[in-house]
Design a protein around this ligand. Sequence first.
Ligand code: PLP
Length: 356
Amino acid sequence: MINVTKTFLPPQEEYQNILQRAWDTGWMTNRGVLVKELEATLKAYLGVPNMIAMTNGTLPLQIAIKALCLTGEIITTPFSYVATTSSIVWEGCTPVFVDIHPEYLTIDETKIEAAITPKTSAILATHVFGNPCDVETIQAIADRNGLKVLYDAAHCFGVEYQGKSLFNYGDVSTCSFHATKLFHTGEGGALFCRPEYYDTMYSHHNFGHDGPEAFHGLGINAKMSEPQAAMGLAVFPYFDRIMESRKASVSLYREFFSGLPLQVLRLREGTQWNYSYFPIIFESEAQLLRVKAALEAQNISPRRYFYPSLTMLPYVNSKVCDLANSIAERILCLPLYLNLEAEEQDRLLAIIKSAI
Ligand SMILES: *Cc1c(COP(=O)(O)O)cnc(C)c1O
């Protein structure tokens, strides 16, 4: 069985040794030693000053929308995981979809201004598959129109753009440390923000507490726990190895597809990528379904990331986004994980070649 991804598990003993330190303190959550150590480790590695570890990658989006007091309309991308749109709706705002760039697959920045109305409060875009949005243009649009900028950077652990972590862009960026992501804590995530927002974000993720007996305001519980942080600390030392291995698999895929009429992801110039996903875009949905069935018949499971387009969600007033809708119907992510064997890749590529 070859799946689209395989969760990296560190040697169990290493996880247990780290977890033992939580046992020694008798402290399982509320920012124990392991959460603090994980935050310090990741901040140093990524070069990000303001980070809050959280319990998943969805709550930081919701907290950011709440804490920045966003209301009305939020301009967003239809090509992402459902959490990007559901967070907007959950916080009582309205998603306004803007179509995507045909090659980068990120929000088409040239179409954002036409979607701004007096009700627009922010832009929430996704660096999809770890490919950066046009952050400079988006920031300039936001500045001209008094909007906040949020990035769903769930796929971006380890990605650098113009020489620094992609998490440094926008008012707030969020990441997911879910088990299917490149760096993971089982379930987990983080919020990165400008320094002036740190205290509010922090307070919101901890019930709004201002010390044990007072409250700043409304909050929720998004705290990361010690067992989650222990997993992160056990996985982290392997992160560079994970990226190296995936890099080799990606080169093999790229070389193969350069000889076929199928579209692969184009990375934005200035990006040092993390090899998080390998999507291919077929000429038609029929061709995709043919290839997918042929792979599945051989116990190989690619995934339709991201399908359907978020404009199809039953709780949004969908706006036509022709490109996003079309790409969502034709895109398939191929298996990619640490130690995916070259022979396995060759086998699945031969199946694709004969099925297209
Ligand atoms: C995984 C993912 C999320 C959600 O993260 P969780 O940690 O599962 O809550 C949000 N946005 C995108 C684009 C994702 O891929």
